[in-house]
Design a protein around this ligand. Sequence first.
Ligand code: FES
Length: 81
Amino acid sequence: MQAGRREIAVFNIEGEYFAIANSCPHKGASLCDGPIEGKMVRCPWHHWNWRLDDGKLETDPRQGLRTFEVVLDGDDVIVRA
Ligand code: FES
């Protein structure tokens, strides 16, 4: 989804929603195109795994990407960007 100039990837993992910056900090791949493993998304280009709950890189938690709060309102999914 687009929020102003931000591109945000929203994931629904068995009813639990997560929103992260869509652009991989490594080389800019679109993370919404990556496969999901548990509560992680694997970057489709170089296979770095990003945790959806806190945006941290699995192998080096010092690296991370922005996460956004997700609120459900009935059938609406609201991302606070
Ligand atoms: S662009 Fe995502 S790991 Fe390289």
